[in-house]
Design a protein around this ligand. Structure first.
Ligand code: PEP
Ligand code: MN
Length: 367
């Protein structure tokens, strides 16, 4: 089912200096000098459309720097006056909203730790009733698309139509190269459910380090995301928060130069004909895959009945190990990614087990 959000296109509420839309600024506003200097350098790149800065910082442990607070809003106001850049801050409760609006902040965003909590989201949404301001909603910390959607709906219900989602990755138990797993499929699902909703990628919080930012930003653009939010600090080595992932304004500017902007479609006849051909092939192969999976499930059904009638357990670990080893060797020979084929086989196997469990339980029902 498609999402029914009332939205105004991104281009009507933010003026893009350069493609793609770039929102940049320090993780935290620390001092007036740090914010002003960073803002001027960012404005000078000519690539930044919105200046971001965290004023109230939600931190994992107490005792860490929790944001400079309201005074930072006056610095942001000055930065806007001097650079002409509109400003964006994170709000996490009704009081933040009130103060940010009073200080003339242009765009508000809701952080990942707030999106997880519908009480918090509703409090912020209630504080925004009747206010015409853009709101960007970061994905929740945990990979729950419904929570993300729920937050967007709460703002939309409060009358906010200048709405965007920010994809900042998801906390995961497994430790990988990323600070927060991108789980691109969740952003893609959101886009599929609501194609008009702008999605902005935040590679800084996905990566947690500078090295991977370009790779993630490029991937976001290739997935047709509408913009990037990237943390930038005058001198990241002394940043009070997220020091490892911030870029100097100069490094950010260089990174933007390296990104390739591809268009979502091309009207060129040769291109569209060739693409249509390739898509026909894909459609045919997908049909064959589904057909083969259905055939496999029919055999699974027979095996289930056979095991049931002979009083044998569903799972035989040896057999499963054999399948995994043989199929992986075959997949490797075909140059397929083993992580991918492993996941695919696990999925097929767990569906087979589910089916056989159903069959075993049929017997219970019959008896
Ligand atoms: C931030 O943007 O500085 C921030 C706290 O992000 P997140 O809510 O994504 O952790
Ligand atoms: Mn940060």
């Amino acid at each position: 089912m498609k999402l029914n959000l009332k939205l105004q296109p991104l281009s009507t509420w933010v003026k893009t200096k350069n493609e793609p839309l770039l929102i940049a600024g320090p993780c935290s506003a620390e001092t007036e000098d740090q914010l002003m200097a960073t803002a001027h350098l960012l404005a000078k790149t000519g690539k930044v459309s919105v200046l971001r800065a965290g004023i109230w910082k939600p931190r994992t442990r107490p005792g860490e720097f929790e944001g400079i607070g309201s005074i930072g809003l006056t610095w942001l106001k000055r930065a806007k006056e001097e650079t002409g850049l509109p400003t964006a801050v994170e709000v996490a409760n009704a009081k933040h909203v009130e103060e940010a609006l009073a200080a003339g902040v242009d765009i508000l965003w809701v952080g990942a730790r707030s999106t997880v909590n519908p009480f918090t989201v509703q409090e912020i949404a209630d504080a925004l009733k009747g206010v015409d301001i853009p709101v960007m909603v970061k994905n929740p910390v945990n990979p729950d698309l419904q929570l993300w959607i729920g937050a967007l709906e709460r703002f939309n219900n409060a009358g906010i139509t200048k709405l965007a989602a920010i994809h900042r990755g998801f906390s995961s138990f497994e430790k990988t190269a990323f600070r927060n797993e991108p789980m691109w499929e969740l952003a893609i699902q959101l886009k599929t459910l609501c194609p008009e909703l702008p999605i902005i990628n935040d590679p800084s919080h996905i990566c947690g380090n500078r090295e991977l930012i370009q790779y993630v930003a490029q991937k976001a653009l290739d997935l047709d995301m509408q913009g990037l939010m990237i943390e930038s600090h005058l001198d990241p080595s002394v940043a009070w928060t997220d020091a490892k992932q911030q870029l100097t304004p100069a490094a950010l500017s260089e990174l933007m130069e390296l990104l390739t902007l591809r268009k979502p479609e091309s009207k060129d006849k040769e291109f569209t004909d060739k693409l249509a051909d390739l898509r026909t092939s894909i459609d045919k192969i997908d049909d064959q895959i589904i057909q083969k999976i259905a055939e496999r499930m029919q055999v699974v059904q027979k095996i289930g009945e056979f095991k049931r009638d002979n009083g044998v357990t569903i799972l035989q670990v040896n057999r499963w190990d054999q399948i995994m080893n043989k199929r992986s060797a075959f997949a490797k020979a075909l140059k397929l990614d083993l992580n991918f084929t492993g996941k695919l086989l696990e999925l097929i196997h767990s569906e087979s087990i589910r089916k056989q469990t159903e069959i075993m339980n049929d017997k219970v029902n019959v008896e």
